[in-house]
Ligand binder design. Structure first.
Ligand SMILES: Cc1cc2nc3c(=O)[nH]c(=O)nc-3n(C[C@H](O)[C@H](O)[C@H](O)COP(=O)(O)OP(=O)(O)OC[C@H]3O[C@@H](n4cnc5c(N)ncnc54)[C@H](O)[C@@H]3O)c2cc1C
Ligand code: FES
Length: 230
C-alpha cells in the first residue's frame, strides 16, 4: 500500500510504501518503523489526520498449504508475515526465524510465535552476525524440500539467497526498493529480473518492483551487490 498523509505537504513529496500488517472488514493497519523523514511524519500523525492510501499493489508471498514453509524475517521485514501467518490455512506447517538488533519486543514477533513455530536471534555485537548466518544456513538446509520466504534488509536478503542457492532450496524474497508512484509509472523502483526470451539479450530486463513484485522467486532476480548472472 502507498501512504501519503497531507502532512507531507511538499517535503517529502512522494508517498511511501508499506506492507499490510492487519486487515479487518473495517480497518487496515500498518506496522511502521521510523527510518527517515516520511516515516517520522507518519509516526507523529494525530488520530483523524487526513491520509491518502492506494493499493493493495503488486503481489504477495506464495501460500502452499501442503508444504513446510520457513519464514525468514530481518527487522521490520517481519511486518508482512503477521497477516501471512494469521491467514495461512495450515499454520502448523509454518516456522519463523527472526533476526533483529533492537529488543524483540519492539516487533510483532509474539503474534506469529502464538501461531507458528518461531525462534528469534538478537544481534548485539559484531561477532553475532556469524552465529546468525550459521543458524540461517542450518534452517534453510532443513527446509530445502519446502518453501522459504524472506523479507528484510538487503545484506540479509543477499545472505539468504546465497544460502538457499547452496542448499538448492526454493526461495521467495520481498524487495524493499524505493517507490514513488506504486503503480508502475515512474520506473523509480525497477530491479533486474529474468524474463522469457530465446536470446541471451532477452534473458533479463528491468521490471517494476511495485507491480511485478515486490515478491519474486529468488532465482528470477538479480540483487544489488550480487555476482553478475552467468
Ligand atoms: C513493498 C514495501 C513494503 C514495505 N513495508 C514496510 C512496512 O511494513 N513497515 C515499514 O516500516 N517499512 C516498510 N517498507 C520500507 C519503507 O517504505 C521505508 O522505510 C520508508 O519509505 C522510508 O521513508 P522515509 O521518508 O522515512 O525515509 P527517507 O528519509 O526518505 O530515507 C530513509 C531510508 O529509507 C529508504 N527509503 C526512502 N524512501 C523510500 C521508498 N519510497 N521506498 C523504499 N525505501 C525508501 C532510503 O533508502 C533510506 O535508507 C516497505 C518498503 C517496500 C518497498
Ligand atoms: S514506484 Fe513507480 S514504477 Fe514502481
Amino acid at each position: 500500500m502507498m501512504l501519503r498523509p497531507r502532512a507531507f505537504a511538499l517535503e517529502p513529496l512522494w508517498a511511501r510504501p508499506f506492507s499490510i500488517y492487519a486487515l479487518t472488514p473495517k480497518t487496515i493497519s500498518f506496522f511502521i518503523q521510523v527510518a527517515g523523514r516520511g516515516t517520522a511524519v507518519l509516526a507523529g500523525l494525530e488520530p483523524g489526520a487526513p491520509l491518502t492510501v492506494w493499493g493493495p499493489l503488486g503481489n504477495a508471498f506464495a501460500v502452499e498449504p501442503e508444504v513446510r514453509t520457513l519464514i525468514l524475517a530481518g527487522g521490520v521485514g517481519i511486518a508482512p508475515f503477521a497477516a501471512y501467518a494469521k491467514s495461512h490455512p495450515e499454520p502448523s506447517r509454518l516456522s519463523l526465524v527472526f533476526g533483529c538488533r533492537p529488543p524483540v519486543a519492539a516487533y510483532p514477533y509474539k503474534e506469529i510465535a502464538g501461531i507458528a513455530a518461531a525462534e528469534h536471534f538478537r544481534e548485539r555485537g559484531p561477532g553475532d552476525i556469524e552465529t546468525f548466518i550459521a543458524l540461517l544456513g542450518e534452517r534453510i538446509r532443513a527446509f530445502r524440500d519446502g518453501l522459504i520466504l524472506a523479507c528484510g534488509p538487503q545484506p540479509f536478503l543477499l545472505t539468504v539467497k546465497r544460502l538457499a542457492r547452496e542448499h538448492g532450496a526454493r526461495l521467495q524474497i520481498s524487495l524493499e526498493n524505493r517507490m514513488a508512484c506504486g503503480v508502475g509509472a515512474c520506473l523509480g523502483c525497477v530491479t533486474k529480473a529474468k524474463v522469457a526470451g530465446d536470446s541471451p539479450e532477452q534473458a533479463f530486463a528491468n521490471v517494476q518492483v511495485c507491480t511485478k513484485g515486490p515478491v519474486f522467486w529468488a532465482d528470477q532476480i538479480h540483487l544489488e551487490g550480487e555476482e553478475p548472472w552467468t
